[in-house]
Ligand binder design. Structure first.
Ligand SMILES: [Zn+2]
Length: 331
């Protein structure tokens, strides 16, 4: 059975009901949605900081290289926690971070399917300004589908690859602004069925750790990338994210001419940003849960590389870098 990994709610009366349920930490599965999806026109506040001029050299990434990373990660096969292929994905990430300051947050997670090693991988690129921008994305793949040939090209593959390419963009540069930390999160997926305690193993652990050591108070923004490779890219406006940060992201997308790919639909998403949202860190989830008609490819063996495009990786990568620029321009 496919577990309901994230909750989503159409912009309708059902949204209010499910939102209340989410606040109460009760499951409200995707399959139980009460009404058909509707497209809503999002009224966004004025530009976050209109005094910041568009960058004459807008940031971008090497999209073909990012796509090559997705292909190589997917070639390992299913990468659920505790598997050999998961270890291969870890080794692959480390191999691409040679020369970087790499740390990990490794622990044993107690799950409904037993104990599993979980390892968040972190690289740190120091800046000149006091404060940290965290960019995160998970690299584990769905556990219940581990024996189905499921490879998670978009769900797990795209986020791992985009972060590797962002590392290429940040490496060796003198960052004139906040420090940037990249986090390949682990144990995002539920091992049995999505609940508050069977999901987000890595980020729940990391948020607790960073709360204890004081890191959380330094984080200016936590930006999550998940399922961002779909050739038909539609990034959701997530009701669980921090509105001011989402406004800044929309501003960044608009400056680059990519706004048509952002925020046409409002839904509530449970994802790796939640442990940070719950601890008061400004957080946003860049996620596309319209993966195939009615999200039909999500958490199925159809989540394969042919559904993805380098252009989508480039759009999200560029918007992420432009958002970082806007964060640094903010006084
Ligand atoms: Zn998933």
């Amino acid at each position: 059975m496919i577990s309901a990994r994230r909750e989503w709610i159409p912009a309708s009366a059902g949204m209010i009901l499910c939102s209340v349920l989410i606040l109460a930490s009760l499951a409200c599965s995707r399959e139980n949605k009460a009404a058909p999806e509707t497209q809503s026109t999002v009224v966004l506040p004025a530009s976050y900081d209109s005094s910041v001029n568009p960058d004459p050299n807008p940031p971008s990434i090497n999209a073909d290289r990012a796509m090559q990373y997705v292909k190589e990660i997917v070639a390992f096969g299913p990468r659920p926690v505790g598997s050999e292929n998961h270890k291969k994905a870890e080794d692959y990430i480390y191999a691409h971070l040679k020369g970087d300051r790499v740390e990990d947050d490794a622990f044993i997670a107690d799950t409904p399917e037993g104990k599993f090693p979980v390892r968040n991988i972190i690289t740190k690129y120091p800046g000149t300004r006091d404060g940290i921008i965290v960019i995160a994305g998970h690299y584990d793949t769905n556990y219940p589908l581990r024996n189905t040939g499921y490879v998670g090209a978009n769900d797990g593959g795209s986020s791992s690859a985009l972060l590797l390419e962002l590392a290429n963009q940040l490496r060796g540069k003198k960052l004139d602004g906040y420090s940037v930390w990249l986090v390949w999160t682990d144990g995002e997926e539920a091992v049995k069925q999505w609940t508050a305690i069977d999901s987000l193993y890595g980020t729940r652990h990391l948020a607790d750790k960073w709360q204890k050591d004081g890191t959380l108070t330094k984080i200016k923004a936590f930006i999550l990338e998940d399922m961002i490779g779909d050739a038909d890219l539609n990034i959701e406006r997530d009701l669980n994210s921090t509105p001011t940060l989402e406004t800044m992201i929309y501003d960044a997308a608009t400056r680059l001419g990519y706004q048509s790919h952002f925020f046409a639909r409002e839904i509530g998403v449970e994802d790796d940003h939640l442990p940070f949202v719950q601890k008061g860190v400004p957080s946003a989830d860049l996620v596309d849960l319209d993966y195939g008609y009615d999200n039909v490819f999500h958490h199925t063996p159809q989540d394969t590389i042919d559904k993805l495009s380098p252009k989508s990786l480039q759009i999200v990568g560029s918007v992420t870098l432009e958002t970082m620029r806007l964060l640094n321009a903010k006084k």
